[in-house]
Write a protein that binds this ligand. Sequence first.
Ligand code: UDP
Length: 261
Amino acid sequence: MQQMTALLRQKYIPGDNMRVEILNAPIDCLSMDQCIYRVAELIKAGGAHRVITLNPEILYRAVQFDHSLLELINRADLVTADGEGIVWAGRVAGTPFPERVTGIDLMLCLVERAAAEGWKIYLLGAAPGVAEEAAGKLANRFPKLQVAGTLHGYFKPDEEVSIVQSIKQKAPQLLFVALGAPAQEKWIDRHIEDIGQVVAIGVGGSFDVISGRVGRAPQWMRKLKIEWLGRLISEPSRWRRILVLPKFAWLVLKTYRFGQK
Ligand code: UDP
């Protein structure tokens, strides 16, 4: 595994175009290590940068119904293959991804790096108290971590300007936004230029998991790549969302195997 990681790192030439297109959406062909490297480059470069962890549900929605979402994905500075469905689509399209890079794993790796580099983080989203709890857990795990601030995700639209100003003032290098997809990607897109110098990443339900309020699927399920099944069992209300997976799979097969859309 270490050898593999070293090989992938070697192959990554900063600035090189490692992007592929799946169903008209750009996705970066990068391992987790390479994604961290890329984010570090974006922070060093300064300015406002968007990161999207793209799962099949969002991609399907963007391609089939929401063109503004597809445009937004095309504007992102880094798009990761979030989930086995996207990794599978990459194989079918003949452009395999080195591995899946999920929102929560990317967040945890970035937070570890942030603690080492002295980057400040800000957590925005989830129910009142959750972002704070998650930040507390992270600070326990990484004692050097600097948390610039936290705020829950149940604010009113007319509060957004002051929230943006407050984040800007606290000047985090990394902004994690947990409002659920695609609301968080749209929120980031609307406000990131006003925040200015930041790398912003939508991370879905990650704060709920990091705070310990929601359990993550057990390791064996993750190994078998059926984490989605674990989530479905613990939150049965998600079943509707799972229905999109066969539709996504059919669209990928139609496009790349049978040559029609
Ligand atoms: N959330 C929020 N504000 C809202 C709606 C949702 O902060 O107006 C939070 C919610 O509390 C949860 C996260 O967004 O922590 C969504 O988690 P989910 O697992 O549904 O993310 P998804 O898989 O949809 O990206």
